[in-house]
Design a binder for this molecule. Sequence first.
Ligand SMILES: [Fe+2]
Length: 198
Amino acid sequence: MRVPSDTEIRDLHAEHAPTREAFDLVHTHCTIVAGIAAQLLERRPAAADPDLVRAGSLLHDIGVYRLYDRSGRLDHERYVRHGVLGRDLLAEQGYPDVLGRFCSCHTGMGITRQDIREQALPIPPGDYVAESPEEELVMFADKFHSKAGPPVLVSPDTIATRLRRFGADKELRFKALLAKYGEPDLHPFHEAHGHAVV
Ligand SMILES: [Fe+2]
């Protein structure tokens, strides 16, 4: 499979972002996630293709642009849809589902059919869970940066606390991945972007 370049992905963001602000928010987040994933992979080599991890990181939130209305406001209530919207967007652009799955399977620690039913989530029934090593790493790395409010870098303790609200199993899954990949050094991202660590 041809893995799209950083420039191609950046152009795709620029094409779909409704405003410059939205582009800055989402594209910066995606580059930080790519940086965190690369750092984790460098420190603890895993069975993941680094180029695919980078492209997946850069693409995973592309669906967020479809949640902005004409006035540039983000639909927070239906935010959980950004994953499936991203997968659809990439399919429409002719990209393979290997890339689309980075969008649909990165939310939280993965969304199951049961989660959708129990929380009445506005997405089609199904299991949206990371399966490949690349999907797993992108999903994990994504948890260390948040676009909400002022963008922040998120420490493992805060991530665990936030995930607990969605069930003890989500927190356990995160801790298992933390043991597998290790804790990223968030300092370089703080230095580069000025985002606080919470
Ligand atoms: Fe993300």
